[in-house]
Design a protein around this ligand. Structure first.
Ligand code: GSH
Length: 232
């Protein structure tokens, strides 16, 4: 049976898994759920009530990186490095990327410019460390695309969207390796196909519903009526 991914269109953690599914051309089904109103079967089956969940026969896999490691081991063309130290370091940096993703989430919800800038500075300080670890020629480890690249592409994509709205959030001169790596990842077919085609419009709509400081930079003519605030 094909694996089935339980997804939410805007979730960057789900996108980590769809990148690997695309990259390895794994035949799979996707079911999108509304996280604001999750179905009862999902609450029942997802231990943390979070997406992604991957259903493999009767098994419920959860946590994006556990899912990606399963996909990497189950399908040909291994993405994690062979060397055990490099593999462990990649796992560490993926975990670091999850922390950065929470910063990007906070950039979307903080209400004042001051709070927004505090989160931005926290993220850029994390990037000072990441910058030294990224080879970016063209990928994190060098030539080969790996799970760590899949772990960061959704984050770098959202950062790009935010930076387009309010230029200067990301600083390519402070983080040139990350900048090159970001550009290399965002032009990959597997990354472009890993989310729904309307992702940037959906992301903007989500920013609007979150009504954080960044939403001031959206084109307000696109959003009419009363704002129904929601983090989803
Ligand atoms: N550590 C998890 C994070 C997954 C996560 O936070 N997913 C969010 C959507 S982007 C979610 O399902 N949130 C639902 C909730 O917290 O109720 C992973 O890597 O898979």
């Amino acid at each position: 049976m094909k694996p089935k991914l339980i997804s939410f269109k805007l979730c960057p953690f789900v996108q980590r898994a769809t990148i690997v599914l695309e990259h390895k051309r794994v035949e799979h089904d996707i079911e999108y759920i509304d996280l604001a109103n999750p179905p009862a079967w999902f609450i029942e089956r997802s231990p943390l009530k979070k997406v992604p969940v991957l259903l493999v026969d009767e098994n419920v896999l959860f946590e994006s990186m556990a899912i990606n490691e399963y996909l990497d081991e189950a399908y040909p063309n291994r993405l994690h490095p062979h060397d055990i130290i490099l593999r462990a370091k990649n796992r560490s940096w993926i975990e670091f990327g999850s922390e950065c993703l929470w910063d990007v989430f906070h950039l979307s919800v903080k209400e004042t410019e001051r709070e927004f800038n505090e989160v931005r500075e926290g993220l850029l300080s994390k990037f000072d460390h990441l910058e030294k670890a990224v080879i970016a020629a063209p990928f994190f480890n060098g030539a080969a695309f790996s799970l760590v690249d899949a772990g960061y592409a959704p984050l770098l994509q959202r950062l790009e969207y935010l930076d387009k709205l309010r230029p200067g959030i990301f600083d390519g001169s402070r983080h040139p390796n990350i900048n090159t790596w970001k550009n290399n990842l965002l032009k990959l077919d597997t990354v472009r196909k890993s989310c729904v085609p309307e992702i940037s419009a959906l992301y903007h709509e989500q920013l609007w519903k979150r009504q954080g400081y960044i939403s001031r930079f959206l084109d307000k003519t696109k959003y009419s009526g009363d704002v129904v605030r929601s983090i989803y």
